[in-house]
Design a protein around this ligand. Structure first.
Ligand SMILES: Nc1ncnc2c1ncn2[C@@H]1O[C@H](COP(=O)(O)OP(=O)(O)OP(=O)(O)O)[C@@H](O)[C@H]1O
Ligand SMILES: [Mg+2]
Length: 497
């Protein structure tokens, strides 16, 4: 391997009530892709924020290109050649793609911003990276994946020597991930050092050279990716081995009643004539490629988007759902895939977020019953192992994966009979994933019913009692779990006629 470009040694960082980094070491070579793994809240993002000058470390040294450095803000780090693509999107929705990419370093024409020039430069950048995005498009019109690709393009446009990717693939479609890997291979060729944070085990062998593992704020060790197995890494992360066996048999009672029936649902191109039934106590998997219409179907059922036609029956009775309030009233909860836009309010506390969808149950006269709110929230903080010093912590200060768990809590507290989970374990570490699976199994055992949209086939096969596959806005098939295989699902997901 090449020359060392970065050495972090003995890094320590404490937040009120949280020892986020405890004497952490990290080393990176030029031209290396170095994965950083660890459970939610292990300290990965914090370590990278210390590196890029977003947080000040309490102790430790950072040596970059042979010199001790101490960045006091991200701009200094950027100027020195270290940039970060953040886990949470930071784009401004009302600006165009090009305006976002050149924010803070706009091209000017006299005293005015030169939009035409920025559009040209952004086009060149996308062309170089082989990304298909229109620079004049408003950012809020892009999918989460495309927004993420813009973040990545923006980082690369800085001509950095080290690029940190904090869970870039969590929001990307499969073909976008391929694009990203192409970009990373190019950067590697140019001898740029890359730090790659991910929860996806299968990516380690494909794109990384080494993997370092953190646990509870401490450095555990570093492995050569090629020589290590998934279980090696997992046991370093969580101290135990987790087996993900597929489900072999439906656990739904033979005489279980239909709780939700969707009939001839239409809503734009993404939702065409959808029909299905959900049984009491069932986990119904929704599989398909990204963009196949699964999220749009969920949103149309939930009333988050208008529908053109179709009927929805709950426990046999026809209901009108024109907005999310109607849906909630009928006992439907929707855990959105895009937590920042639809899931949580980051400037509120864990307990405020948890009870948000269900406030009327936490009122005492005209006031919120704080004690009840906290007690109820604490129950879920424990069962989902949410890492937070207290339920009064602001959600913005939680790690990404723990924010996702708070969204889950919100709908669990609500006590809905029908839950729609859209990519429930995205950005969740392997240990916590298995906690969420356990919880889902408990929920259906209690008689609740779950629609689970998931892009991870092992997850679909492990959790579902039945699988619906979507392709290009239509239901392309339905499989009992006893007959479902990865191959059959993929086949239905990619039908071309
Ligand atoms: N600004 C902050 N204020 C208080 N606590 C914080 C802050 N930022 C992070 N933490 C805490 O520090 C710990 C480490 O968080 P960090 O975001 O680094 O985890 P992570 O490994 O990136 O996890 P994930 O996989 O969920 O993204 C967590 O307990 C988190 O709640
Ligand atoms: Mg993180």
């Amino acid at each position: 391997m090449g020359e060392i470009i970065l050495t972090m040694k003995g890094i320590d960082k404490t937040f009120p009530g949280v020892h986020a980094l405890d004497n952490v070491d990290f080393e990176l070579y030029k031209g290396e892709v170095h994965a950083l793994m660890g459970e939610n809240g292990a300290g990965k993002s914090t370590l990278m924020k210390v590196l890029t000058g977003i947080y000040r470390k309490d102790k430790g040294t950072i040596t970059y290109e042979g010199k001790l450095v101490e960045f006091t803000n991200p701009r200094e780090a950027q100027q020195a050649g270290i940039v970060i693509v953040h886990q949470e999107l930071n784009m401004l929705g009302h600006l165009t793609v090009a305006q976002n990419i050149f924010i803070g370093r706009e091209y000017m024409k006299g005293v005015k911003i030169d939009d035409a020039r920025m559009n040209v430069e952004a086009s060149k950048l996308f062309k170089r990276l082989n990304i298909d995005i229109d620079p004049t498009e408003k950012m809020s019109n892009l999918t989460v994946g495309k927004q993420q690709m813009c973040e990545i393009a923006k980082a690369i446009s800085h001509e950095a020597k080290i690029i940190v990717f904090d869970e870039p693939s969590a929001a990307l479609t499969e073909s976008e991930v391929d694009e990203l890997f192409g970009i990373i291979r190019d950067l590697k060729e140019k001898d740029i050092g890359i730090i790659y944070i991910t929860h996806r085990m299968d990516e380690i062998k494909i794109i990384t050279d080494r993997v370092s593992v953190m646990r509870d704020g401490a450095y555990v060790g570093t492995l050569i990716s090629e020589d290590s197995t998934k279980n090696d890494i997992i046991s370093m992360m969580v101290g135990r081995i987790i087996y993900e066996e597929p489900k072999t048999k439906s656990t739904v009672a033979k005489d279980a009643p239909v709780v939700l029936k969707v009939e001839n649902l239409n809503a734009g191109r993404s939702v065409q004539d959808i029909n299905f039934e959900l049984y009491k106590g069932e986990i119904l998997g929704f599989s398909g490629l990204m963009g196949s219409g699964r999220t749009e179907t969920a949103r149309a059922i939930f009333g988050a988007d208008p529908k053109e036609s179709g009927n929805i029956y709950i426990n046999g009775a026809k209901v009108e759902i024109n907005n999310p309030e109607d849906a909630v009233k009928h006992g439907i909860g929707y855990l959105s895939e895009d937590r920042k836009r639809f899931g949580i309010v980051v400037r509120r506390t864990v307990s405020e977020n948890s009870t948000m969808a269900n406030l009327e149950n936490f009122m005492k006269g005209i006031f919120i019953d704080k004690k009840k709110e906290n007690t109820e929230t604490e129950k879920y903080v424990e069962s989902l192992a949410i890492k937070t010093p207290s339920v009064d912590q602001l959600v913005v200060d939680l790690s990404g994966g723990n924010q996702q768990k708070v969204v889950l809590t919100k709908w669990l507290v609500k006590n809905c009979d029908i839950l729609i989970f859209d990519e429930p374990t995205r950005g969740i570490d392997v240990g916590a994933k298995s906690d969420i699976y356990k919880l889902m199994n408990e929920l259906v055992k209690e008689g609740k019913s779950i629609i689970m949209i998931s892009s991870e086939l092992p997850e679909v096969l492990r959790m579902s009692d039945r699988v619906i596959v979507m392709c290009e806005g239509r239901k392309s098939g339905e499989l009992r779990i006893e007959e479902a295989t990865q191959e059959k699902i993929m086949h239905l997901a990619t039908l071309d006629d």
